[in-house]
Design a protein around this ligand. Sequence first.
Ligand code: TRP
Length: 324
Amino acid sequence: MLNKVSLTGIKPTGKPHLGNLLGMIAPALELQKDYSCIYFIADLHSLNGEKNPSVIRESTYDCVATWKALGLDTDQHIMFRQSDVPFVTEYTWYLTNVTGFGFLEKAHAFKDAVAKGKDINLGLFLYPVLMAADILMYDADVVPVGKDQKQHVEMARNMAGSFNSIYGEEIIKLPTPLIREDGDLITGTDGQKMSKSYGNIIEIFAPEKALKESVMKITTDSTPLEDPKSMAETPLGQLYRLFGSKDAYADLESRLQKGGLGWGHAKLELFELINQKLAEPRKIYNELRADEATLKQLLSTGAEKATARAKPILQRVRAALEFN
Ligand code: TRP
């Protein structure tokens, strides 16, 4: 029996890409060995930016099928959809009342939106409070997130602390962020950080042909085929290192350094490597993604388990407020 809980949320925004896989999904799946995992699709958080409900629904199914295909064991762990456990909005309300306006104004995401002159709704402003409710409602021990989310987890600790100082110590359990320092640094096909908004992603489960096209798009310099070259500091090298063994990496690198091997060839080898790793999970993904009845069933079982876990914890909070 695994006693410690690992919890994280996945915002459903489009099809997951290799940056998500290497930076977030793979490390979170790794934690299945040592933690009882609660992973959920944060569709309530997506409402803030995405106004087309079908996009959120489709992306939710894409994400669930992706995590399952990559090895999430839903018998042992919990995968659910945030909106299926509406307790979280109640908990959000309790937390908003112990959270200062000025404190929320310091959130990076909010400050960025202000700096860019964006049209800001309250959903964006309260984003960290909803996220804190997500985390605190399940007594999470660790929250595996990328560096960009670290502040949010710290804010959740802070809100828990404020609540406890008013209503009683140890009512809310404080989580620890588990930050992957290198998690955000997966480079896209154009050399910038891999991100849907830059149009430089490589989808995890794109059909083989599309995967090949994306890999062949990776930018390289114009060193001629016959000249010696190195993939050490390149996006190609980064992906090769992450997908291949140390030996495979060293072998390709030494052939590149000898000269006579062009970037195109190296990219083809990278494609073969990625394709070989993803072919089997891709089959599982495609079957599952085509079967929405099974995905719905999975989510509804997840919601039941999550509700059962949240209920007594929320009860503790309600009792502290003398709402029981
Ligand atoms: N804000 C996270 C993101 O954009 C998603 C998220 C929502 C989350 N709730 C969470 C992550 C709770 C960790 C814990 O990626």
